[in-house]
Design a protein around this ligand. Structure first.
Ligand code: ATP
Ligand code: MG
Length: 292
C-alpha cells in the first residue's frame, strides 16, 4: 500500500488537535512478512541515497523525534537507520540538561550537535523539550537561575516558538533540511507498554517511577504538543504526526518521511572534471605499466 505522507504532515499555520489525529490507522503492510519486505526495501533505498548525500556534500539533514515515553523513538531510530553508514549519521539524545547546558540559551546544546553537510543528524528529543516538559513543569526553570521576571510573562512560550522558527529558518537558509516527527501514542497503549516493561525482565531498565508520574500530566503534555506543533510547523521544517500505537507501521511511515526528504535533495556523486578524468587515465596507464 502506498504511504500518503500528506495525511500526517501539519500544514503551516494549522491548529493541531491531537484528539482528532489517530494513534492507530489501517497499516500500510498486510502481513508481518510484508512489513519486513517493505522495511528492507526502505532501508536499502535509504542506504543508497545516504551514500550519494554523503558524497554530494551539499546539504545537511536533520530528523527530530519527539514523543511521550514508550512511543517507540529508540526502535524507530534503530530500525530505520539500520542500513546507514555510521560515518554519515550521528544520533544525539537530549535528556535533563547538565549544569553547563543550563548556563546557556535553550538552543545552545542542540546547536553544537547539528549535522555537518553530507551528514544525517538524528535528534532523540531536542530543543522542543524546552517548550514541552518545561512548559508542563515551568518550575524547572526556577531551579536553573532563569530570570524570574521572564518566567512571569505570558509571552515566554511565544518567544520560544519564535526563536525556534527563526532558528529553523536560519538552518534551512544555510543548507540544512529538517523534518520533525511526533510519534503519536495513545495513553492506553502507553499503559500496555509500561506493563510490558515490568513483565519482561530485559525491559525492566526502561521504566522508572518518574515515567509513571509524567503520565498524570498527559493532558498538559497533549496541550503543550498541540501548541508547539501548531506554532512551529513550516514549509521548510514541517511536523509529521505519526500514529504510533502500531510500532511496525510507524517505522514504515518514518522511513518513508526520511526517504522522501533525501530523495528530494536529488543527491548525486560529484561529476569528474575533464582534467581529473585525464589524470585518472594517466595514472591507469602508469599503474598498468608497473605490473611485475
Ligand atoms: P526512553 O524512551 O528510553 O525512556 P528517554 O528519551 O525518555 O528514553 P530518559 O532518560 O528516560 O530518556 O528521559 C529523558 C528526560 O529528560 C525526559 O523526561 C525529558 O523530558 C527530559 N528532558 C529533556 N530535555 C529537557 C529539558 N530541556 N529540561 C528538562 N527536562 C528535559
Ligand atoms: Mg524515558
Amino acid at each position: 500500500m502506498k504511504i500518503r505522507l500528506k495525511d500526517y504532515r501539519i500544514a503551516p499555520g494549522e491548529e493541531v488537535d491531537l484528539k482528532k489525529r489517530k494513534t492507530l490507522v489501517t497499516p500500510v503492510y498486510h502481513s508481518k512478512d510484508n512489513y519486513h519486505e517493505m522495511l528492507a526495501d526502505h532501508v536499502a533505498k535509504l542506504s543508497e541515497l545516504q551514500q550519494r548525500h554523503y558524497a554530494d556534500n551539499s546539504h545537511a539533514v536533520l530528523v527530530i523525534f519527539q514523543a511521550m515515553d514508550a512511543a517507540g523513538k529508540d526502535g524507530a531510530i534503530r530500525h530505520v537507520m539500520s542500513g546507514i553508514n555510521p560515518q554519515g549519521c550521528q544520533v544525539s539524545s537530549f535528556k535533563h540538561p547538565s549544569a553547563t547546558e543550563v548556563q546557556h540559551d535553550f538552543l545552545w546544546r542542540a546547536a553544537i550537535k547539528l549535522p555537518e553537510r553530507g551528514q544525517i543528524g538524528i535528534f532523540n528529543r531536542s530543543y522542543y523539550e524546552d517548550v514541552l516538559v518545561v512548559r508542563v513543569h515551568p518550575e524547572i526553570l526556577e531551579g536553573q537561575g532563569f530570570p524570574a521576571k521572564r518566567l512571569k510573562g505570558d509571552d515566554l512560550w511565544e518567544d520560544r516558538y519564535r526563536s525556534i522558527r527563526d532558528f529553523e529558518r536560519h538552518l534551512h537558509a544555510n543548507g540544512t533540511r529538517i523534518v520533525k516527527i511526533f510519534l503519536h501514542l495513545s495513553k492506553e497503549e502507553q499503559r500496555k507498554r509500561f506493563l510490558a516493561r515490568i513483565d519482561e525482565p530485559d525491559k525492566n531498565w526502561k521504566l522508572s517511577p518518574s515515567d509513571v508520574e509524567e503520565r498524570k500530566f498527559w493532558k498538559d503534555y497533549r496541550k503543550a504538543y498541540e501548541a508547539a506543533i501548531s506554532a512551529t510547523s513550516s514549509a521548510d521544517a514541517p511536523w509529521y504526526v505519526v500514529p504510533a500505537d502500531d510500532k511496525e507501521n510507524a517505522r514504515l511511515i518514518v522511513s518513508q518521511i526520511v526517504l522522501d526528504l533525501l530523495d528530494g535533495l536529488k543527491p548525486h556523486f560529484p561529476k569528474v572534471t575533464a582534467a581529473h578524468e585525464a589524470e585518472l587515465q594517466a595514472i591507469r596507464a602508469d599503474l598498468i605499466g608497473q605490473r611485475e
